[in-house]
Ligand binder design. Structure first.
Ligand code: ZN
Length: 404
């Protein structure tokens, strides 16, 4: 039996069982190439309510030179990063800023522009090199106690540590959080962002569960983990990112700043939603099954009716949804993506080809199956008019099947 990575309790309550799947960003150059698949089965700890995938995949198998995610590819996201940097970037308050999982320097570049000393830490060498080329000093390594000790010795403690969407990627959360404690100055601040479980469950966003994400968070277990390392949360902000995220402001226990009302309000919201209640997890399992049944039925019916279907988008969530539903080329002949490095490749596990985004306009399918539900409005605005010129319709599967 697997044990909770926070509290060591045995894990028996299933959160989502999405079958056996390859790493979701391991795009194929040849649809026939052999792949390694791993069980994608998430559990919820009944003692501390941390939702997690047992560590069956070595992180080196995922975050290597082939890791395909470059943060700077999303323009809307960059605008938010700039806002955050401009708000936080006070050289008087934060003369030295360290970002963990700094990717291609997408965020630190804005601090650097404001004359603030920065340091990135990033394990994927290819994205880290892109940051270094931009002039953002970057240590190529995973973050934890040993990296934090070396950084502290070489460059000193940080006034601001930023860790956005990385806590979920960490197999050993205690080693990671202890690293923050070591590297954070006595009166420093850390900000940590992660997609909030409440929104994941509400929006049935089970396609964001993938091997790259070891944990899925309520505020409650994160505060529990932090407290074990003498760190506390003093403020919580809600962000629209990635289906709805939380940003925590964290300090050492001894810091004189008081906790504001947002912390208790968020905890209360989680309890009212039912984070401690087995019922919501059972309902979530049923909701996932409904998504699968409705999507597969829709595609089978479209085929019977001689209607054509093309996909739109090939983010990691496309891989998860298609593999979970067992949808292959017979039901979905292709998808498209705006990112050139994905075009000409194939979706892992199911071998569906990824074409240039203009392919939909040439093919003119009756239905365009939209995978990035988080960008729905943006995509509809961009290509909706064109698709309707041939009476095409959009289809989304999540949170529930919708044709529009
Ligand atoms: Zn636990």
């Amino acid at each position: 039996m697997h044990l909770c990575r926070n509290c060591n309790a045995p894990l028996s309550l299933t959160f989502a069982d999405l079958g056996r799947q390859p790493p979701s960003n391991a795009f194929l150059t040849d649809p026939e190439q052999p792949e390694t698949i791993y069980p994608l089965h998430a559990y919820v700890c009944e003692k501390c309510w941390l939702v997690q995938l047992p560590s069956t995949v070595a992180r080196e198998a995922i975050f290597n030179d082939h890791y395909a995610y470059f943060s700077s590819n999303s323009k809307g996201f960059l605008a938010q990063c700039q806002q955050y940097a401009e708000r936080m970037a006070s050289p008087a308050m934060f003369p030295y800023v360290v970002e963990i999982a700094s990717n291609d320097g997408y965020l630190l570049q804005y601090f650097a522009k404001l004359g603030i000393r920065v340091q990135g830490i990033e394990p994927s060498a290819n994205v880290a090199k892109a940051a270094i080329a931009k002039g953002i000093p970057t240590t190529i390594d995973f973050f934890g106690v040993s990296t934090a000790m070396i950084e502290e010795m070489m460059r000193g403690q940080a006034d601001l540590i930023i860790a956005n969407n990385v806590l979920a990627h960490v197999p050993d959360v205690h080693d990671f959080v202890e690293g923050i404690r070591i590297l954070l100055k006595k009166d420093g601040t850390a900000t940590v962002e992660f997609p909030w479980l409440l929104n994941l469950i509400k929006g049935c966003q089970f396609d964001t569960i993938y091997h790259e994400h070891f944990s899925y968070f309520w505020l409650y277990p994160v505060m529990d983990i932090l407290a074990q390392h003498a760190l506390k949360v003093i403020r919580v902000e809600k962000l629209p990112n990635l289906g709805g995220s939380l940003r925590l402001f964290i300090t050492h226990f001894g810091d004189c700043r008081d906790r504001d009302d947002s912390v208790e309000a968020t905890l209360r919201e989680e309890i009212q939603f039912g984070c401690h209640n087995e019922r919501i997890y059972i309902d979530f399992l049923n909701a996932i099954t409904t998504v699968k049944r409705d999507l597969v039925n829709f595609l089978l019916q479209a085929k019977d009716d001689h209607k054509t279907v093309g996909g739109y988008g090939a983010p990691a969530k496309t891989t998860v949804l298609l593999n979970y539903c067992g949808i292959g080329k017979d039901l979905l002949p292709y998808t498209v993506d705006t990112l050139p490095f994905k075009q000409g490749k194939y979706i892992p596990g199911v071998g569906i080809p990824i074409f240039h985004e203009d392919h939909n306009f040439a093919d003119m399918p009756d239905y365009v199956l939209l995978f990035p539900w988080n960008l729905r409005t943006e995509i509809e605005g961009k290509i909706g008019d064109r698709i309707r010129t041939w009476n095409g319709k959009f289809v989304t599967a999540i949170p529930s099947l919708e044709i529009f």
